[in-house]
Design a protein. Sequence first.
Length: 166
Amino acid sequence: MPKTRRLALMALLTAIALTIFVVEAQIPAPAPIPGVKLGLANIITLITMRLLGKREAGAVLLVRVLMGAMFVGSPSTLLFSAAGGALAYLLMCLLAERFGPDRLWIVSALAGIAHNAGQLLACALVVKTPGVFAYAPVLAASGVITGVFTGLAAQYLLKALKKVKF
């Protein structure tokens, strides 16, 4: 893929991910537990990783986290999103090729758990108490549920893109 086309595609994917993140921030949380959200922007991170590669997916994620915190967040949003995003991204890099495109939902579910673990670690450092880890079972369950959903969505979108010879 030519460099200019690759860069334009990265910009487009970043804009889509940021738009999804901003819209999702306006949706009430699916559960009355801090930290539980759908994580729909992760669909774009997964798609970017499969289409363009790990480095490009990391760049899209980084820009989305930074700009998302500027548009709808606060410094704590940036801290928690960055910590969760970094752990989820590392796990996706390790597992994406091992599981292949037909099992992307497994990678996404595990990344959802990693994201929530990163957020809990950041929160524990900020509030200086391990008590926040009491949320871990609920956040792990929500990470699996939302991760499976976003992973399946990414899988189906990738299949659709192949049909249109993207």
